[in-house]
Design a protein around this ligand. Structure first.
Ligand code: ASP
Length: 423
């Protein structure tokens, strides 16, 4: 029997802590670990550009094909942005409350084995912070999309992707269907490639964590535990307070009925870390248990699985703030705003596959001027948190579907009579 990936990674993590503690003195061993860890990170980074583009094209063309925009589209979009923003602000709240990147009043970068020169990085970020919000907006439109991709200017690439995807969705008949098939193929291929790279995750995690533990000892775990706590507290707040409130006040259904109805889908999301893989089950639960008509679920869910990712958006925000704290940065209002705005935009590009958020976090880090090595750090605990945030992604999609159905005047959702709507 093959051990599931998350168990493999958990075991790799434990072994890495042991190996780092016991063999930390061996320079050759650490050199090999350093090389393998870098190889794995390189492989992940290699996926970034095509994955972002293919995910965006699929979301946009698919969205347009499933009925275009209109009342349903506007409601869906509004709901996704609204709940996404609530999720991100919840993450911001917990990250600022628990400050996982600060240990005993000191930035945790040295404890975590982050090698970047903190002083230089602070200067770099302040330089970026000096560019006001207007400059951030200006940077959103790249002069050359190919250069944006090559230089790792992901914000520019995402903007171009959104515009290009919209334009593709407007093409007539055969032109559009050819493009749709093409991007679907690219997306499928990237999904496979990501899965392939994830096979190496236990080894990659082992190599990276061994190096960290050898360099820094177990003290590296303390800030990571607090980071995990901040993420889980945020996810629970959103799942058990924010979404139930929205369901009660906006959709006017019993606030926890959805959690019960969606249990099988939530568990599948938790075990697979993929909201895309869970989609058939999500559809089944929402249609058969929550009794949302297919007209609505068929439109809202497939789009949601690709663009509505409350859990991922929250995670991205906590991760970026955590890494900034670890480098001793007191993020200005402008920088925090950038993090929130980017989490909202990049969450659209986060594919419903395992570890897709890491790409978005890399985007945010580079936008606020932090080194990408922070992603390597988070990787050690990413899988467990991926399981949790994916479950919230699916719950968020389901809450959106129920709310949109109710606000569209559908009858019988959770056996409730239709809401009386003013037209
Ligand atoms: N694994 C998540 C999902 O499938 C995406 C992510 O946050 O990495 O929804």
């Amino acid at each position: 029997m093959k051990l599931a990936l998350h168990w493999q990674i958990l075991i790799a993590l434990i072994l890495a802590v042991l190996a780092g503690t016991l063999l930390g003195e061996s320079a050759t061993f650490l050199k090999v670990c350093g090389m393998v860890g870098t190889l794995f990170l390189n492989a992940l980074k290699m996926l970034i550009v095509p994955l972002i583009l293919a995910a965006l094209m699929n979301g946009l063309i698919g969205g347009a094909e499933q009925g275009g925009l209109g009342r349903l589209g506007a409601l869906t979009f509004g709901f996704y942005v609204g709940t996404g923003l609530i999720a991100i602000l919840t993450g911001l709240f917990w990250a600022n409350l628990l400050t996982p990147g600060v240990i005993d009043g000191q930035p945790a970068a040295p404890l975590l084995g982050l090698s970047g020169d903190a002083g230089a990085i602070v200067a770099q970020v302040q330089e970026k912070g000096a560019q006001d919000l207007w400059a951030v907006l200006v940077r959103m439109v790249p002069t050359n999309p190919v250069a944006a991709a090559a230089n790792g200017d992901m914000l520019g690439l995402v903007t171009f992707g959104l515009l290009f995807g919209w334009a593709l969705s407007q093409l007539p008949g055969e032109l559009r269907s050819t493009q749709a098939a093409f991007w679907k193929g690219v997306y499928e291929a990237m999904t496979r490639l990501t899965a392939l790279v994830m096979h190496g995750a236990p080894i990659g995690v082992f190599a990276i964590v061994t190096g960290t533990v050898a360099k820094t000892g177990m003290s590296a775990l303390q800030p990571l535990l607090l980071f995990m706590l901040a993420v889980v507290a945020g996810l629970l707040t959103h799942a058990l307070i924010a979404l139930p409130l929205v369901l009660k006040l906006v959709a006017r259904v019993p606030p926890f009925a959805l959690h019960r109805a969606m249990a099988p889908a939530l568990l599948t999301a938790f075990s697979t870390s993929s909201s895309n893989a869970t989609l058939p089950l999500t559809m089944d639960c929402i249609e058969n248990k929550a009794k949302v008509p297919r007209r609505v679920s068929g439109f809202v869910l497939p789009i949601g699985a690709n663009i509505n990712t409350d859990g991922s958006a929250l995670y991205e925000c906590v991760a970026a703030i955590f890494i900034a704290q670890a480098y001793g940065l007191d993020l200005s209002f402008g920088a925090q705003f950038t993090v929130v705005a980017l989490a909202l935009v990049t969450a659209v590009g986060v594919a419903g596959i395992p570890s897709a958020s890491l790409v978005a976090i890399a985007v945010i880090l580079s936008a606020i001027g932090l080194p990408l090595e922070g992603v390597g750090l988070i990787l050690a605990v990413d899988r467990v948190l991926d399981m949790c945030r994916t479950a919230l992604n699916v719950l968020g999609d389901s809450a959106a579907t129920v709310s949109v159905a109710r606000l569209s005047g559908e009858d019988g959702v959770f056996d409730q009579p239709a809401l009386k709507l003013r037209s």
